[in-house]
Design a protein around this ligand. Structure first.
Ligand code: GDP
Length: 194
């Protein structure tokens, strides 16, 4: 049966690792640098305009947000690397992300978001290394592809695949604005959660 993400709902927001709910469903987690377009992509994927809050300015409070659709939990992890917060707050974000992944949960798929316009940033590299080391199943969603021509986008895809040492098969070119790559992501989610 095809994945039906039309009845997505917000479940809850958690500020500490200890408060995260017991896993009862397959989970798809979203990670990426602050401002990469994570909320926009989640909203597009779940077919809701404002389920996840899109920020005009980056640096929202660090929380883990759970959404649910078609029996799958969508886990929005805090955007990392926002410069204008204290070292203590940044540490709290990192602890939330690594704390989530250190729990005994059903990690069906991680969607790691990377801005298609830039070279691989060191925080992106750290995240991808972390996913590989922990043998977590992941795809890289290259965001904001509408900002590049199609040929430039595939050049960047090849460059980022090399820099991040990720198989291009594991990358999906996306645009939340245009809807590019959304069906492909849905397919990957369905495969991972079957
Ligand atoms: P988050 O901090 O990762 O959740 O990122 P947001 O979804 O809040 O988006 C950050 C900024 O990038 C906002 O100004 C969005 O409007 C913009 N943005 C997000 N996705 C896209 C996209 O696909 N195309 C374009 N052109 N802009 C985008």
């Amino acid at each position: 049966m095809a994945l039906n993400l039309n009845n997505a709902r917000f479940v809850a927001s958690y500020g500490t690792v200890e408060s995260l709910p017991q896993p009862t469903t397959p989970e798809v987690a979203f990670v990426g640098r602050s401002n990469v377009g994570k909320s926009s992509l989640l909203n597009k994927l779940l077919g809701r305009k404002a389920l996840a809050k899109v920020s005009a300015q980056p640096g929202k409070t660090a929380n883990v947000n759970f959404f649910e659709a078609d029996g799958i939990s969508f886990v929005d992890l805090p955007g990392y690397g926002f410069a204008r917060v204290s070292a203590k707050e940044r540490q709290r974000w990192a602890d939330l992300i690594s704390g989530y992944f250190s729990q005994d949960r059903s990690f069906n798929l991680v969607i790691a978001l990377v801005d298609i316009r830039l070279e691989a940033q060191s925080l992106d590299q750290d995240m991808i290394s972390f996913l590989k080391e922990n043998e977590l199943p992941f795809v890289v969603a290259l965001t904001k592809a509408d900002k590049l021509s199609r040929s430039k986008a595939s050049q960047q895809e090849a460059l980022l695949a090399r820099q991040l040492e990720v198989d291009p098969q594991q990358m999906v070119i996306t645009s939340a604005q245009k809807g590019t790559g959304i069906d492909e992501l849905r397919r990957r989610i369905q495969e991972a959660c079957d």
